[in-house]
Design a binder for this molecule. Sequence first.
Ligand code: URA
Ligand code: SF4
Length: 192
Amino acid sequence: MDDKKALFDEITKDIINCTKCALHETRIKPVPGEGSLNADIMFVGEGPGRNEDRTGRPFVGAAGKFLDELLSGIGLSRKEVFIGNVVKCRPPNNRVPLLSEIEACKPYLFAQIAIIQPKVICTLGNTPLNTLIAPNLSIGRVHGQVFEKDGFTFIPLYHPAAALYHNALKDTLKEDFRKLKAFLDELKMKNL
Ligand code: URA
Ligand code: SF4
């Protein structure tokens, strides 16, 4: 347990000092991610936005509020899960991170996943889906489905920010969170 924390703190220190891509020049604060290191579920977003860049914390803006709502809808709180991002520094004007930035930052995410060993990784939107599961998949086609890759289980979900722009996606996300809950309950029943 303490081993996990020591390893995790090491990664966090590397992220804070990182200059591996140009995003470090424009960021205010890097956003390493936060939550339980023993989480069953890990959520992976795209990258920090304005509020995250200012606070150093993931999903604290409007999308984060909706994510909190979705979590409480299945009886979970932020403290019980882990919430991170593909890139740890905010892309200027919230543009999609470049492939080169994702490549530079990916080792931190992989290291975090290796430490936490979540039972399921939920990607939020296309960027983490394409980074962690497969480059050619689209969230509209695969949301809510279970994928196995490299010994990990993934359930891709829409990004909660997408539901703030397209109201109909709120129900889609709620439904996918119910699937996520059912999946975890089944694992527990099988003692996995
Ligand atoms: N959107 C993301 O993808 N990540 C955050 O941390 C906040 C908003
Ligand atoms: Fe380093 Fe990632 Fe920040 Fe780029 S985005 S500077 S790789 S921590």
